[in-house]
Design a protein around this ligand. Structure first.
Ligand SMILES: [Zn+2]
Length: 238
């Protein structure tokens, strides 16, 4: 039942079912084309009603079932611990950025040196996961900002990138989320984020293109200016 309207009207139901299938096809298409729907990671209100241990226990059971269905022998020593390992990895590592409790706490410092040129943190290693296929996105992020009086420790930029990467993601959304977080944190619009990444769902399945990369950029504030943007790109490419 697609809309829960029950059986009151056969004709009406037929139409609903048809629309429902069209909607499902559209959703399928959206996923395969890697289009995201919003800047916020779509999450339910009760996302953290369960604690990490409860989540791991449930995921472990479900992953065991997936392996079972695939016909794998879970009595085998090599496989018996896999459901637990996967559950722990999901909750504590690769998807830990879903939980706001894991957001890095970042201290700001006064810009004592009065350094008012752009600061570029480049080649930040990026591991994320495609939310449409749950396989890795592997790449590099390049982040820049121009101080508005405050600065952050350099490693903190990497931490912000990792936090948003540790979610099922869409590369465009990841790029914007990093930029928005830095803008809010540094109280400036002058932020740029460029991500170049390989998507294993493109490289290892589907079109199986092992050479293609996806580049996404977010230029804000002064980085919308051509010459500032060009300087940023020359640092990234240099
Ligand atoms: Zn994908």
């Amino acid at each position: 039942m697609i809309n829960g309207h029950g059986k009151q009207n056969g004709q009406h139901n037929g139409k609903v079912a048809q629309n429902g299938i069209a909607a499902l096809l559209e959703i399928e298409d959206l996923g395969d084309n890697h289009v995201g729907t919003s800047l916020e990671t779509p999450m339910r209100d009760d996302a953290f009603a369960m604690d990490d241990d409860q989540k791991m226990e449930l995921i472990q059971g479900h992953f065991r079932e997936i392996m079972n269905i695939l016909g794998l022998d879970l009595e085998d020593d090599s496989l018996s611990g896999t459901p637990h390992r996967v559950a722990k990895m999901y909750v504590k590592e690769i998807f830990s950025g879903l939980n706001p409790a894991n957001k890095p706490r970042i201290a700001l410092f006064d810009n004592k040196y009065q350094y008012n040129q752009m600061l570029v943190e480049k080649d930040i290693t990026l591991y994320s996961f495609c939310e449409h296929h749950f396989v890795p996105i592997i790449g590099r992020a390049h982040v820049a900002y121009i101080s508005n009086g405050k600065v952050v420790g350099l490693s903190k930029i990497n931490r912000i990138v990792q936090y948003f990467a540790k979610r099922p993601q869409v590369q465009e959304r990841l790029t914007k989320q990093i930029a928005e977080e830095l803008k809010a944190l540094l109280k400036t619009d002058d932020v740029a984020v460029l991500i170049e990444a390989e998507h294993l769902c493109v490289a290892a399945r589907g079109v199986e293109d092992v050479n293609s990369k996806t580049v996404t950029v977010e230029y804000c504030g002064k980085f919308e200016d051509q010459s500032v943007r060009k300087e940023f790109l020359s640092h990234v490419r240099g």
